[in-house]
Design a protein around this ligand. Sequence first.
Ligand code: PEP
Ligand code: MN
Length: 348
Amino acid sequence: MLIIMKPSATPQQIEAVIHAVQARGLTPHITHGIETTLITAVGEAHDPSLDSLELLDGVESVRQISQPFKLGSRQVHPENSVFPIDGFQVGGDDIIIIAGPCAVESRSQILETAQAVREAGANALRGGVFKPRTSPYSFQGLGEEGLEYLAEAREQTGMPVVVEIMSERQLSLMLKHVDVLQVGARNMQNFNLLRALGETRKSVLLKRGLSATIEELLMSAEYLLAGGNKQVILCERGIRTFETATRNTTDINAIPVLKNLTHLPVILDPSHATGHADYVPAIARAAIAAGADGLIVEVHPDPAHAVSDGRQSLKPEKFAEMVRQVKGIAEVLGRRVAPIKKPLTVGW
Ligand code: PEP
Ligand code: MN
């Protein structure tokens, strides 16, 4: 249920509506728009007196929200959600580029990659330290040691770090070291994890599940939003189809569809979407052309010896070329790649 307040509504009238919503067993979420305040009432309770909310002072109208996702819907928040991540804005006109290796493998590997992607124009550094591997015998990540190397890379380059969290048990450790918590495709419907992240005020990058529909992705985002965490970025990373020529099939449609359905920023991961470094730049360009708010791309200084996802990892020089192309496409659309905020603190 969406309660639209009159532009002239006073803070006291807004407060009275919030109390009336709570009295009916629903949870109010407030959006202060440019002209009006919107109060989204979510919850199970069905109370026949809900219609009477329309009679309260300062209320313009009361509407049902037709979609199953409520707080993520554009119906309740018509403007794009824009929020800061350590100096740059996500979800606005600027496009963000997150880049780095699939996994943090060593101190020198992450420092070298961080420097290279930073120089190529990346805004944030990615690197997994707890890896969701298909086989329990494959490299599982460096854990806390990897977070320490990422902290050093962050310190040297000024780039915030994006790291996948696989379990609630990792949360306290991650909150100390990480700027954006990535929820991987395999955990998109780990509802306990989503609830725990919803309680935090850390930005979350939520990746689409391997076989998840767009609606399921938005319902997962709803878990985060319902907990009060509004800093949610959605990520299309390819879905499973009958096609075997690529690792996954990029659902490029998901970008305009999501941008239409939700106010949340939407980015694309061309690395996992294709599984081949040769195809990554083309799909990165397509994503920006389709309206994505950013990219997350795997880059490795020596892909042939990467411990995971080497085949889909770009070498730094290929990544730099991709960034130049993306900048060109962004310009055509009246957008730009977010400028790098700080100078490098160390010279290489
Ligand atoms: C990753 O980003 O390294 C990863 C495992 O991605 P996904 O969850 O999309 O497979
Ligand atoms: Mn990977």
